[in-house]
Design a protein around this ligand. Structure first.
Ligand SMILES: Cc1ncc(COP(=O)(O)O)c(C=O)c1O
Length: 449
């Protein structure tokens, strides 16, 4: 049987196991364009419909249960329906969720971020990581009076036009990887005119960064970078790389912007605290909202002052639901339960899972590895260890799709692309169940391939 036929067989089994989800998707397709409302949620034959979640478990409408190893694409640090967060949301809802005025809950969460995150003297809230990176780059442009932004090849920072450049460019020609560095939007509907302001460099490559900065520093406001390449495959950076970025941006008078939307979970003060590399500005999202929509931009006081409405010529930073009470209370409740000891425990669990998964890959004689940053990881079926986007594009994507369905069959919910995110309700026994499911999945595939 070919891999393709095997994939077809797995899809048939999936349809048999999930008839109610199948019907729910058909109904959804009448009212939601494409049957869902988030591109990343879709996979063939159709995504599950989830009835409920509690802790690290999910139940679908057919009654199948899963361990959730995706946690809403890394954003639920405490899994589902955490009692303290749920109570905080209910209390907030009873007091009224949104008013165009100050609310104490905003200041509590802002104070916590200022205390914990080294670069943050003050913050502004918004409603998504997308908005956070938008406002972070905008602040950099206004503060420096320049328009250029350096972005990593394969770096994902949300869905604004500028950030949709060179996220997943097609690999036209492996002999000429330089082609992938020409600034271009990946998706239709995004203006290609922004290319003038964009500079694309490969991740983990300080020489390439220096080349761009030394030639264009007069036009460049900031470098936006994740402390590991998250959606690009959880590709870690060495501390020296981040230190090198800090030194180069200082040398060329360009702001360093950390996108901590995923990376914040690396320590109680984010990746910057873990690595001791302090950017000028940072963008936040995901876990700081306790499971509700959130974003925040924070940084050095003099940069953040561009948003001061009482200041001279302030930059508008609006958003009807910015700092709404429910999100602020949920975020505060989530972070108060996520201290350094919790990050460390999750990292130990992640190392255990990574080790067991890599053992499994070796034991079935496949080529592959599991990359990891803190409690996030991604498996790759590839020779060697990927260091950047170009490396990741060489992996066997068909295998990832198949493993995804194999894992669902075994009660493990993770991303079709192989992303795994742990949550605090997990313990060693849950980790071992996931590792076993992964091993069994590989053994099954190995029987036909
Ligand atoms: C690193 C990073 N930045 C920004 C975003 C965008 O966040 P949001 O989906 O909340 O708009 C994401 C989302 O996955 C992300 O991973």
């Amino acid at each position: 049987m070919s891999l393709e036929q095997y994939y077809e067989k797995l899809k048939e089994e999936y349809i048999e196991r999930t008839p109610i989800s199948g019907r729910a998707f058909k109904k959804a397709a009448k009212y939601l364009a494409g049957g869902e409302t988030r591109t990343v949620s879709y996979y063939p034959p159709y995504p599950l419909t989830i009835e409920s979640g509690r802790g690290c478990r999910l139940i679908d409408v057919d009654g199948n249960s899963y361990y959730d190893f995706l946690n809403n694409y890394t954003s639920l640090i405490h899994g589902h329906a955490n009692e303290k967060i749920a109570n905080a949301i209910c209390d907030a809802a009873k007091k009224g969720t949104a008013v165009p005025a100050g609310m104490e809950e905003q200041v509590k969460l802002a104070e916590l971020l200022c205390e914990r995150v080294p670069c943050v003297d003050s913050v502004r809230f918004c409603n998504s990581g997308t908005e956070a990176t938008l406002f972070a780059t905008r602040a950099a442009k206004v503060f420096t009076g320049k328009n250029g932004i350096v972005k990593m090849l394969g770096g994902y920072h949300g869905t604004t036009d500028m950030m949709e450049y060179n996220v997943t460019p097609p690999v036209m020609d492996y002999e000429h990887p330089q082609n992938m560095l020409i600034p271009k939007p990946d998706i239709r509907g995004v203006s290609d005119k922004l290319a003038e302001e964009m500079y694309i460099v490969p991740y983990n490559d300080l020489a390439a960064m220096e080349k761009v900065l030394s030639s264009h520093a007069d036009d460049i406001a900031g470098v936006i970078v994740e402390p590991f390449l998250g959606a690009g495959g959880v590709i870690p950076a060495k501390k020296e790389y981040l230190e090198g970025l800090r030194a180069l941006t200082e040398k060329y008078h360009v702001l360093l912007i950390f996108d901590e939307v995923q990376a914040f979970r690396l320590s109680e003060g984010g990746a910057q605290k873990k690595y001791g590399v302090i950017p000028d500005i940072a963008a936040f999202g995901k876990i700081i909202g306790g499971g509700l929509p959130v974003g925040a931009v924070g940084g050095r006081r003099e940069i953040m002052e561009v948003f001061n409405a009482a200041g001279k010529d302030p930059v508008t930073q609006s958003g009807t639901f910015n700092g709404n009470r429910a999100t602020m209370a949920a975020g505060y409740a989530a972070l108060m339960q996520y201290k350094q000891a919790d990050c460390d425990r999750l990292e130990q669990l992640a190392i255990r899972l990574q080790t067991k998964m890599e053992d499994a890959i070796r034991s079935v004689g496949m080529e592959g590895c599991v990359t990891r940053a803190g409690s996030l990881m991604n498996y790759h079926f590839i020779k060697g260890i990927p260091r950047n986007y170009t490396d990741v594009t060489r992996e066997n994507k068909d295998l990832c799709k198949i493993i995804h369905l194999e894992m669902l069959k075994r009660g493990i919910f993770l991303a079709p692309r192989g992303l795994i995110a742990l949550s605090t309700p997990m313990d060693e026994s849950v980790i071992d169940i996931c590792a076993e499911a992964f091993r069994d999945s590989l053994v099954s595939i190995r029987k036909i391939w």
